[in-house]
Ligand binder design. Sequence first.
Ligand code: PLP
Length: 411
Amino acid sequence: MEQEDRAAFETRAVTAGEEPFRVGSEAGDVTTPIHLSSTFALPGLDTDLSLEDVDPDRGEFLYSRLSNPTRHALEKRLASLEGGEHAMAFSSGTAAIFTTLLSSVEPGDHLVAGDDLYAGTRRMLESVFRDRLDVDVTFVDGGDTEAVETAVTDETVVIWMETPTNPRMTLCDVAAIAEIAESYDVLFGVDNTFASSYFQRPLELGADVVAHSTTKYLNGHSDSIGGAVVTSDDDLAEEIGFQQQVGVGDMLAPFDSYLVLRGLKTLPMRMRQHEGNAMAVAEFLESHDAVTDVYYPGLESHPQHDLAARQMEGYGGILSFELDGELEDAKRFLETLEEFTLAVSVGGVESLIELPAAMTHEPLPREEREAVGITDTLIRVSVGVESVDDLLADLESGFAALDTAPVAAND
Ligand SMILES: Cc1ncc(COP(=O)(O)O)c(C=O)c1O
């Protein structure tokens, strides 16, 4: 990407959606205030109350479930950064994905999804869409574009992918799948949580809709749960907006909208620091005897490194690796660390580490986990923005603890 465009992203991360002299603002705040009001005074009884005629862009608001000034400012920024026309902010990434899919399928339809999705999304597809709403779901390896095309049937209405995936950091070729989706007249949605809008913009590669858990990089400080959907498809945006406001009634609260607006201002610099640290951690791990594999798209050893270089503008801050040993070794390693906190979630400024088989992906049956490469010794790391020297020293202490462990690495 050209430097001017990158600079534009950094500028828009700070300014998009900020309107100090917006209608109704008397003080000229340079940051969007937190509008807590649940409802808004109407100029008179003859006001047109139909949803279509209340226009937040003109400073008109009716009721905060429908639209709220703080959330509206955030939605404008999210749309701008993701390169789309419309954005909607939800109370979680899960709600954003659920509402998008609900807006796109009917009973009897078929959906193709990546087999290495966030475990919660996979469970939603199985227990809500397949078991309750009669929507058939086929899980495929998103990294295998041919397999994705083969899975499409006459009933398919949506292809849903994550790239990179959680936790194995597998990529799908967004532009190639977008072409397939277009040729079969199927909606193509991408969960862009792991890369963030800074490092990857699937809409520009041909996807129809993008979802985020803003809980992760977009907010970036591990202090808010939220989600977002961005699309340039007017009809889809209208349907998702209807489901958000009327069907499901799910939206991001004003305080959390403010937090994400604030977090986004530093997204570019946070992402660059996350990435620099993650690359150093990945290289360190790759050179260590107690590690058999490292999964990070920035490493040349990653099987899809070329695809990552093509469709991403950076490789992000999340990686996973395979420890040479048993489950007990992995536990001992994790429990020794001090700078890496043992916790689920990713994308905050602090480094987090977890064991997917025992934590995030524990609800999945073992055979489903193993089919996508989640072994008992696969460790996922969300590399934060701390000093990389401290992080590497901490990992070294984890490896040192293995040497003294009763159950040692097996060679
Ligand atoms: C890739 C991805 N998508 C969606 C979600 C769900 O987001 P939330 O926890 O905000 O509902 C997560 C959560 O970990 C995730 O990692």
